[in-house]
Design a protein around this ligand. Structure first.
Ligand code: HEC
Length: 266
């Protein structure tokens, strides 16, 4: 992967130092200071480079990958996910669709492309994270519009809703325990009401996001996996039915909202 340049390194160092003292006020100050300067811009460029780089045994780029709007069409593709694909006869989220293209078009090994979808702290980001960030930016300003035309898409929404309200684990938490009201907070973090259109749209539309506290861009897939961890549930696998179902539930609740990602989060 490309080495970050000096500018990124300095910005990262500054953010890291500033984060030590982060509270809500300080976080708002960063945002004001940074304006449009979301460090995710570097990750967007990197994602496009990955898309255009020939890789795998077939030594081809991802340019013929069909994200639902036809091979190679990237503008406006993100806001339609998760969606049904005829070639796999399944509802896929963007991450699992990318994995599908890497294995079928580039001929890459499934195990190696899924081995480490999300970076650990201190990393510089993964290929999946960069591609998702670029593709989200390719939909910036577009209206969130997942389809519910296919029976499998409606079934995914219903499953996502069931999981959202399903209580389990040592604390008997569901997603709804923390995300069903708009006035809840944990420590200083405001928790969005993901059952409401406003809450879901603000949230779905702002991921992937640059996490200041981690110095990394994170995808919605990672966000959900981290909430599974907070809920003390087993680790959520990228591209699993549970992950796609929850994303479908949130995206459909968010429909009609605007894509603003990549976002900037504490
Ligand atoms: C124990 C409380 C808790 C539970 C249970 C929980 N979350 Fe979260 N969730 C959080 C916290 C805290 C944050 C904010 C994290 C941060 O800002 O660092 C968050 C953030 C999120 C966000 C991003 C919000 C935004 O706008 O940035 C989404 C989406 C989300 N959770 C979805 C879920 C889903 C889906 C579930 C169920 C699988 C779930 N969460 C379960 C505490 C929880």
């Amino acid at each position: 992967m490309k080495k970050p340049n000096l500018e990124v390194a300095l910005l990262a160092a500054w953010l890291c130092a500033a984060t030590l003292a982060a509270d809500d006020g300080v976080f708002d100050q960063y945002r004001d200071l940074m304006g449009d300067e979301n460090p995710a811009v570097f990750v967007i460029d990197e994602g496009e480079e990955f898309w255009l780089t020939a890789q795998g045994p077939n030594a081809v780029t991802l340019e013929s990958c069909d994200l639902g709007l036809g091979p190679g069409v990237t503008a406006g593709a993100y806001v339609r996910f998760p969606r049904h694909f005829a070639d796999t006869n399944a509802v896929m989220d963007l991450e699992s669709r990318l994995v599908y293209c890497m294995t079928t078009i580039q001929g890459r090994d499934l195990e190696s492309v899924t081995a480490k979808p999300y970076s650990l702290r201190g990393d510089f980001g993964t290929e999946i994270e960069a591609l998702v960030t670029w593709l989200a930016a390719e939909s910036e300003g577009a209206t969130i519009a997942p389809e519910q035309a296919h029976a499998t898409e409606r079934a995914m929404y219903a499953l996502g809703k069931d999981i959202f309200f399903y209580r389990a684990g040592p604390h008997d938490f569901s997603c709804a325990t923390c995300h069903e009201q708009s006035d809840k907070r944990i420590r200083l973090q405001a928790l969005p009401d993901l059952t409401s259109h406003t809450g879901a749209a603000g949230s779905w539309g702002s991921w992937p996001a640059y996490r200041i506290s981690q110095g990394l861009v994170r995808t919605m897939g990672w966000r959900l996996r981290d909430c599974f961890r907070q809920q003390r549930w087993p680790e959520l696998q990228m591209g699993s039915e549970a992950s796609i179902a929850l994303q479908t539930y949130m995206a459909v609740n968010a429909a009609g909202g605007t894509m603003t990602a990549p976002g900037l989060k504490r």
